[in-house]
Ligand binder design. Structure first.
Ligand SMILES: [Fe+2]
Length: 406
C-alpha cells in the first residue's frame, strides 16, 4: 500500500525537498523529484559566518529548471541558543552545520517564517520544524495557500508550537526588535514581511523587500556552477563551457530573469528555430539534457544588467518584482517602513534572504533610500519593466488585485 497523504500542502512541501537522512517523516514522501525545482535531489548548502560568533548564513540554490537563485537562512545567536530566520531545506548538510552551532551556542530555540507570500521560504518550514521538535515556530500573519485556501495547521505548521508574529506577541523582544511590512492584498492572498534587528550585532534581517545584487556570482555557485554555465550559452546546441567570464555572464542573465521575469533584451525563439537547435543539441553527446534553451539574448543585453546593478559595491534597492507587482500602488507604505526600520536602533549591516550579505547599512542609508524612492519614477512600464507591468495590468483588469492608489 502506498503512503497515506495527510494533506496537499504537506505533499508539496515534502516533494520539493530531498529526504533528510534519518528522518522517517521525510522518507514517507518519495515523489519530491517530480517537481522541476532545481537542483532536484542534489541540493548543496553553504555555511558562512557573517559576524563572528553572532550571525551565520546557510545558502542553497532553488529555482525552476536552471533559473536557480540562492536563498539564505540566517542563524542568529541569542543569549540562550539560536534563532533560524527564513529556513532553508534541512538537508543532512544543514543539520550537521546546525548541530555544530548548537554545540557551541546552545539549541535552536526559535524558527521564524518571516513572509506570508514567499513560497520559496514557506516550503522548507514544516520539515525544519520537524527537525527541531523543541523549537517554537513563529510565522507572519495571514499565511495562505493557492489554489486552495487551507487552514494554517494544514500548511504543515505544528499546531501546538506555532505562533503568529505581531498578533500573538514577538519572540526574544529583549534582544531583537521587529518591524512588519504589510499586509497588502495580492488578490490570491496577502503580502507580509517581518524584518528584525539583532541588537547585539546590529544586523537588520529582511526577506524579499530589499536586496543588494553583486556583479559576481555568489560563492554557492562554486558548489554547483551548472545554472550559470547553462545560461552563459547563446544557443541550445552549444556545449556547457566553463570560465570565470562565462560564469559571470550566466550570473548576469540569471539576475535579469529573477528581477524582470522576461528581460527586455531577451527574445523567445520561434518553434522552427527552437526545434532546429533542439535537434542539433540532441545529436551531441550529453547535449540533449541541456537542449531546452528557447532564448536568444539580443545585442547590448549587458546594458540592462548595468541599469540594475551599477559598477562598484552592491547598492541596496527594492527588488523590481516587488516594486512592480507588490507595491506598484503602495510606494508610501514601503517608504514608511524604511523610516520605521531606521528608528529601530543602531544598524550596521543588512542581511536579506537573497543576493549579497552582509551589506554595510546604517539608519541614515535607509532614510536616504526612502527619500530616493519618493523622488524617482516608480513602477514604470518601459524597457525592462514592460513585462512585469503587463502582468500587473492584467491582474488589475481581471480584478485579481485591487486598483487602489497609495
Ligand atoms: Fe524570497
Amino acid at each position: 500500500m502506498g503512503p497515506r497523504l495527510r494533506h496537499p500542502a504537506a505533499v508539496i512541501t515534502a516533494i520539493s525537498q530531498p529526504p533528510i537522512p534519518g528522518d522517517a517523516s521525510q522518507q514517507r514522501w518519495p515523489w519530491w523529484p517530480l517537481l522541476p525545482l532545481y537542483p532536484y535531489g542534489r541540493r548543496r548548502s553553504l555555511l558562512r559566518e557573517l559576524i563572528p560568533g553572532q550571525l551565520w548564513s546557510i545558502e542553497q540554490l532553488l529555482g525552476v529548471f536552471y533559473v536557480a537563485v540562492p536563498i539564505r537562512m540566517t542563524v542568529l545567536r541569542l543569549r540562550q541558543g539560536l534563532l533560524l530566520y527564513a529556513p532553508v531545506a534541512p538537508t543532512g548538510e544543514v543539520r550537521a552545520a546546525l548541530a555544530e552551532l548548537e554545540q557551541l551556542h546552545g539549541p535552536v530555540l526559535t524558527i521564524v517564517l518571516p513572509t506570508s507570500s514567499g513560497l520559496e521560504h514557506k516550503l522548507p518550514v514544516p520539515a525544519m520544524a520537524r527537525a527541531f521538535p523543541q523549537a517554537q515556530l513563529w510565522v507572519t500573519p495571514g499565511q495562505w495557500s493557492f489554489p486552495i485556501s487551507l487552514p494554517s495547521s494544514w500548511l504543515g505548521f505544528p499546531r501546538q508550537r506555532t505562533k503568529v508574529l505581531f498578533e500573538q506577541g514577538l519572540p526574544h523582544g529583549d534582544q531583537i526588535d521587529w518591524c512588519g511590512l504589510g499586509p497588502l492584498d495580492l488578490g490570491v492572498g496577502n503580502f507580509f514581511e517581518a524584518a528584525c534587528l539583532h541588537r547585539a550585532s546590529g544586523s537588520l534581517l529582511v526577506t524579499d523587500a530589499l536586496v543588494a545584487i553583486g556583479e559576481q556570482p555568489p560563492i554557492i555557485f562554486n558548489l554547483d556552477p551548472k545554472p550559470l554555465l547553462f545560461h552563459a550559452r547563446e544557443r541550445a546546441d552549444q556545449p556547457l563551457l566553463d570560465s570565470p567570464e562565462l560564469r559571470r555572464q550566466g550570473w548576469w542573465r540569471l539576475v535579469l530573469f529573477a528581477s524582470f521575469l522576461r528581460p527586455e533584451r531577451l527574445a523567445i525563439l520561434g518553434p522552427g528555430e527552437l526545434l532546429k537547435q533542439v535537434w542539433n543539441a540532441s545529436r551531441q553527446p550529453g547535449g540533449a539534457a541541456n537542449a531546452l534553451y528557447p532564448f536568444h539574448w539580443q545585442p547590448d543585453w549587458q546594458r540592462e544588467f548595468r541599469q540594475l546593478v551599477p559598477p562598484g559595491a552592491p547598492i541596496i534597492q527594492v527588488a523590481p518584482v516587488l516594486e512592480r507587482l507588490v507595491f506598484p500602488r503602495h510606494r508610501q507604505l514601503l517608504i514608511n517602513w524604511l523610516h520605521q526600520l531606521s528608528q529601530l536602533g543602531e544598524i550596521r549591516q543588512l542581511v536579506p534572504a537573497h543576493y549579497e550579505a552582509p551589506v554595510p547599512c546604517t539608519a541614515a542609508d535607509l532614510q536616504e533610500l526612502a527619500r530616493e524612492l519618493g523622488e524617482r519614477p516608480w513602477a514604470v512600464d518601459e524597457q525592462s519593466w514592460r513585462y512585469l507591468a503587463s502582468i500587473d495590468r492584467n491582474l488589475v483588469k481581471l480584478g485579481v488585485v485591487p486598483n487602489c492608489d497609495s
